[in-house]
Ligand binder design. Structure first.
Ligand SMILES: O=C([O-])CC(=O)C(=O)O
Ligand SMILES: [Mg+2]
Length: 235
């Protein structure tokens, strides 16, 4: 680094270039289920919070995490990650929730998209969202930011990152859609699929079933209310 007032870290930046590939069959299978139905089986620790589709309606994105950990306000790590994107990847960027600059842009992701990058998820902001929408490329984050980032520090690529409160390891399965973003750790993909494949409980359509389900919910509520010594009064 040239002369500057910045501290020079004793910790060198890291990059992992050979993350094992997930069998593409998993991507195809999970493409058929919503993030909600997966969330019910993986729990809150693997369900992102605060990360939204940046346009709607949005198609489902399924792929394996390629991660970037940029320096705050800087985008060079995202360039580094994008440069090694392969078919089936979803770029997951840990921008620490900072929404003052964009984490990427339409131009810089053209090459990775052509190589098969499936989508982009950022704990931060993004610009060129209208362009992404026009080509149907799924982008998820905390909002939009018009201004570009600096491109000075390499940051880290394919290290575990935090995104929407979830630890994402490179190679984890990411499913993002109009409902949210979930992460299936790669070691648990088959076990989660076994549960997800059984399907969600059927939604009742029969009036008597709807009424029975309603009665059950009311009884559950009353039981919990009574258990806590709830006080019922008229207005
Ligand atoms: O300038 C940036 O940070 C990225 C950008 O908008 C693009 O690549 O189109
Ligand atoms: Mg741009």
């Amino acid at each position: 680094m040239d002369a500057s007032f910045e501290h020079v870290s004793a910790i060198p930046p890291r990059i992992v270039r050979d993350v094992p590939r997930l069998d593409p069959v998993w991507l195809a299978r999970f493409a058929g289920v919503s993030s909600c139905d997966i969330a019910d089986h993986i729990g809150r620790l693997y369900t992102m919070e605060g990360i939204e589709p940046l346009y709607r309606p949005i198609g489902r994105v399924v792929g394996q995490a390629l991660t970037a950990k940029p320096w705050p306000g800087d985008g060079l790590a995202v360039h580094g990650a994008a440069s090694i994107a392969q078919d089936g990847d979803v770029l997951v960027v840990d921008a620490r929730g900072y929404t003052g600059v964009t984490g990427a842009g339409f131009k810089m992701l053209a090459g990775p998209r052509a190589r098969g990058l499936r989508g982009f998820v950022i704990d931060g902001a993004l610009r060129d969202v209208d362009d992404f929408q026009e080509v149907g490329f799924g982008v998820f984050g905390r909002g939009r930011a018009a201004h570009s980032s600096t491109k000075r520090r390499p940051g880290e690529v394919n290290v575990p990152v935090a995104c929407g409160g979830v630890i994402v390891e490179p190679g984890d399965l990411v499913v993002a859609d109009g409902e949210g973003v979930v992460v299936v750790p790669r070691a648990h993909v088959a076990a989660v699929w076994d549960r997800v494949a059984a399907g969600p409980p059927p939604i009742p359509t029969d009036p008597s079933q709807i009424e029975a389900a309603d009665r059950k919910r009311r009884a559950n509520y009353e039981r919990a209310f009574t258990a806590e010594g709830g006080l019922s009064r008229s207005h």
